[in-house]
Ligand binder design. Structure first.
Ligand code: NDP
Length: 609
C-alpha cells in the first residue's frame, strides 16, 4: 500500500464536512403529518375491526418488534403468562414489518443479529438473512412464546398514566382501548418514525412518491423476496438518499427502471458484503447447547472492550475492530498511551477507508462517477455499509448518479427534482431519507408517560435521558425501557442489547410477583449515581462533531450534556453485560425499591412523617 498522507486526508475530511454543515440540523427534515400523513399508511395488512379493551393485564409491552418480542419471550420463560404486546403495525416485526423494500437484509451476521435462534430452533439460511426471513422469524418468536394470544395489533398507544392509588398503569390507544397493566415495558425502536427531506417544493410533485419504509409494490411490481420490479420498465425514477437503505434497494431499481437517478448528498462507505448460504452441516457443528450466547459474547468481545482469542462471526463489524487491535499490537507496551491508541485507531481507519475508496475505482467504469462515489470521512462517522451490487449498479445503462456535492436536492417541482439548476423529470420519487433520530423520546414514541405525582417523562428528561441501567426510571414505577442507551449501547448489534434488557425485566417482574410486591422503582440516588457513572466515561463513542453531519452526530450540531447522556457503560458493552448479569443473579436488585400497594417511595414517606 502506498504511504498515506494523513494531513491531506484530515484536510479533505474537514472540507467535505464543512460543505455539509447547515444551521438547521435536524430541523431540515419534515415529519409525515398533514398532507404527508398518508405516507405512513400500512400498505401490507388490512385493518380489522375489534372491540376496545378495558381489562387488566400483568404486563403491557409497547412495540412488537425485536424489543417487545424478546421481552415478551423472556417474561413467558419466567412464567409470566399475562403479557400483552401493543403494536402499531398489522403484525409483529417492527422495523422488519415496515421495511420490505427490495433487497432489505441485515448488515450484522444473522447468527448474532437474529434473536432467540436457539430457543426457536431456527437456522438462518444465509450469513446475512434477507428481510422476509427476518420478518418470518419475528412471527416465529411470536408463535413460539404465545405472544399473539393477547396482542393488540394495528394499535397505537396514545397515553400512559400511573394510577398511584391502584399501583398500575392506565393505557389508552387509538382503537378506543383503556386498559390497565401492573407493569409496562416500552420497546418503541430507535429508527421507526420515517422522515422526509425538507426540500422546497416537495409538496408540488405531481408524480408518484413513497418512503422506502412503506414500499409500494403495487406501483413497482415485484415483491419483498426479490421478484423483479416489473412495472418500472417504462418508468423514470429518482431515489433521494444514499444511506444503508438506498444501498440495498438501488441494485434492484437499477435492473428494473427505464431511467434511475440516484440523488446523493453524501456517499456511503460501501465495503465488501460476501454473503453466502449457511451450510447445514457446518451449522450442526456449531449449534450445540448455548451456542448463540457464546456467539453473542464473542461478537461483543471482539469489538466492545473484550479480550477475544478468536473471531467466530467474522463480519464487517468485527473486521473494523480486528484491524484496530492489530495496529495496537504493533505498539511496544511502554508506548501504550491514550494518545498512541487514538493514533492507532486513526491509522487503521485511514487504511480501511483508503481500501473502500480504492474498491470504488476497481468496480466503477466511469472515472467521474467513481470519484463522486467516494466517501471522505472516518468510517464510523456514518453507518458503514456492506454490499456487492450497489456500486456495480452505477455501471448499468440507464442508472445515473446525481451528485449534489453535499448540498442536497435544490428543489422539487411538479415534474421532478432539481439539482445544481438542472431539472430531472421523473415519474416517481422514492424517499430513502431515513428516520427521526436525536429528537425527544416521547416525540418519537408518539405518547408521553405520566408517572408518580403527575410528572411527565418529557419533563423528567428535559435535560437529557436519566435511567438506572438504561431500563428503570425514577418516578415511573413498574415501567421499563427496552433499548441500548445508558446500558451496553452496542450499536453494531442492537438486538443483543434488547435480549439483555428483556432478561433484566423478566427477572425483576418475576421477583416482584413472587414476593407480592406491587411496585418497583429505582431510587433517585441510584439513578443519579448511574448517570454520574455514565458521565465519568470518555463520552459518546460515535457522533464526533468532527464528522460529516448525519444522524450519528445530531447532524453536526452539539447536543451538550443531552448528547453526553446518550452513552453506554463507560467501560464498554462487554463490561455492561457482565455487570448486569451479576446484578440480576445477585438477587438483591440494588438501586430498586420494592413496595406494597399505594405505599409511595420510602423517601416520600420519610418526608411526610
Ligand atoms: P439514512 O438516514 O442513513 O439516510 C438518509 C439519506 O438521505 C442520506 O443519504 C442523506 O444524505 C439523504 N438526504 C437527506 N436529506 C437530503 C436532501 N435534502 N437531499 C438529498 N439527500 C438527502 O437513512 P436509511 O434509511 O438509509 O438508514 C437509516 C438507518 O437504518 C441506517 O443507518 C441503519 O442503522 C438502519 N438500516 C439498517 C439496515 C440493515 O441493518 N440492514 C438496512 C437499512 C437501514 P446525508 O448523508 O448527506 O445526510
Amino acid at each position: 500500500m502506498t504511504e498515506i498522507d494523513k494531513d491531506a486526508l484530515r484536510r479533505k475530511y474537514r472540507e467535505e464536512r464543512d460543505k455539509r454543515l447547515r444551521p438547521d440540523g435536524n430541523d431540515q427534515y419534515l415529519r409525515l403529518t398533514g398532507r404527508f400523513a398518508h405516507y405512513l399508511d400500512d400498505p401490507y395488512t388490512p385493518m380489522t375491526e375489534r372491540a376496545p379493551k378495558s381489562d387488566h393485564v400483568t404486563i403491557a409491552v409497547i412495540g412488537g418488534g425485536f424489543a417487545g418480542l424478546v421481552t415478551g419471550a423472556r417474561l413467558k420463560e419466567a412464567g409470566v403468562e399475562d403479557v400483552r404486546i401493543v403494536e402499531k403495525g398489522g403484525d409483529f416485526g417492527g422495523t422488519w414489518y415496515w421495511n420490505r423494500y427490495p433487497g432489505a437484509q441485515c448488515d450484522t451476521a444473522s447468527f448474532v443479529y437474529m434473536p432467540l435462534l436457539e430457543e426457536t430452533g431456527h437456522m438462518p439460511t444465509e450469513k446475512y438473512a434477507h428481510a422476509p426471513e427476518i420478518l418470518e422469524h419475528c412471527r416465529r418468536i411470536g408463535k413460539h412464546f404465545g405472544l399473539y394470544d393477547n396482542a393488540l395489533l394495528h394499535t397505537e398507544v396514545l397515553d400512559l398514566t400511573w394510577d398511584e392509588t391502584r399501583s398500575r398503569w392506565t393505557i389508552t390507544t387509538n382503537r378506543g382501548d383503556a386498559f390497565t397493566a401492573q407493569f409496562v415495558a416500552m420497546g418503541i425502536g430507535p429508527l421507526h418514525v420515517p422522515k422526509l427531506p425538507g426540500i422546497p417544493g416537495i409538496q408540488d410533485f405531481a408524480g408518484h412518491s413513497f418512503h422506502t419504509s412503506r414500499w409500494d409494490y403495487a406501483y413497482t411490481g415485484g415483491d419483498p423476496s426479490g421478484a423483479p420490479l416489473d412495472r418500472l420498465a417504462d418508468q423514470r425514477v429518482a431515489v433521494i438518499g444514499t444511506g444503508a437503505t438506498a444501498v440495498q434497494c438501488v441494485p434492484h431499481l437499477a435492473r428494473a427502471c427505464q431511467e434511475l437517478y440516484v440523488v446523493q448528498r453524501t456517499p456511503s462507505s460501501v465495503d465488501v458484503r460476501d454473503n453466502r448460504p449457511t451450510d447445514p452441516e457446518w451449522f450442526a457443528t456449531i449449534a450445540t447447547t448455548g451456542w448463540q450466547q457464546r456467539w453473542l459474547e464473542n461478537f461483543t468481545a471482539n469489538q466492545a472492550g473484550g479480550q477475544a482469542e478468536e473471531d467466530l462471526v467474522m463480519d464487517g463489524w468485527t473486521d473494523i475492530s480486528r484491524r484496530f487491535r492489530a495496529k495496537l499490537k504493533e505498539l511496544p507496551p511502554e508506548e501504550l498511551t491514550q494518545e498512541s491508541m487514538l493514533a492507532a485507531f486513526e491509522d487503521s481507519d485511514f487504511e480501511k477507508m483508503e481500501e473502500i475508496r480504492a474498491r470504488v475505482d476497481t468496480v466503477i467504469e466511469d472515472p467521474e462517477t467513481a470519484r463522486r462515489l467516494k466517501a471522505w470521512y472516518r468510517q464510523l462517522c456514518k453507518r458503514p455499509c456492506f454490499h456487492d451490487e450497489y456500486l456495480q449498479a452505477f455501471n448499468v445503462p440507464g442508472t445515473h448518479l446525481v451528485d449534489t456535492d453535499g448540498k442536497g436536492v435544490e428543489r422539487i417541482t411538479e415534474k421532478g427534482v432539481v439539482v445544481a439548476g438542472r431539472e430531472y423529470e421523473v415519474d416517481c420519487v422514492i424517499y430513502a431519507s431515513g428516520f427521526e433520530v436525536g429528537t425527544d423520546y416521547t416525540r418519537r414514541a408518539g405518547y408521553d408517560v405520566t408517572g408518580r405525582g403527575g410528572v411527565r417523562l418529557s419533563e423528567h428528561w428535559a435535560q437529557g435521558m436519566r435511567t438506572l441501567h438504561g431500563v428503570h426510571v425514577h418516578g415511573f414505577p413498574n415501567a421499563f425501557l427496552v433499548q441500548p442507551t445508558q446500558g451496553a449501547n452496542l450499536i453494531s448489534n442492537i438486538p443483543h442489547n434488547l435480549t439483555e434488557a428483556g432478561r433484566t425485566i423478566a427477572v425483576t417482574v418475576r421477583h416482584a410477583l413472587d414476593h407480592g410486591h406491587a411496585e418497583i422503582e429505582p431510587t433517585a440516588q441510584a439513578e443519579e449515581a448511574w448517570v454520574e457513572f455514565l458521565l465519568s466515561g470518555t463520552g459518546p463513542a460515535l457522533g464526533s462533531p468532527d464528522c460529516t453531519p448525519g444522524y450519528y452526530n445530531n447532524e453536526g450540531r452539539h447536543l451538550g450534556k443531552k448528547g453526553w447522556l446518550g452513552v453506554g457503560h463507560p467501560h464498554g458493552a462487554m463490561a455492561y453485560f457482565a455487570y448486569i448479569d451479576r446484578w440480576r443473579t445477585s438477587g438483591t436488585f440494588e438501586g430498586l425499591e420494592f413496595r406494597p400497594y399505594g405505599a409511595g417511595p420510602r423517601s416520600d414517606r420519610t418526608r411526610q412523617s
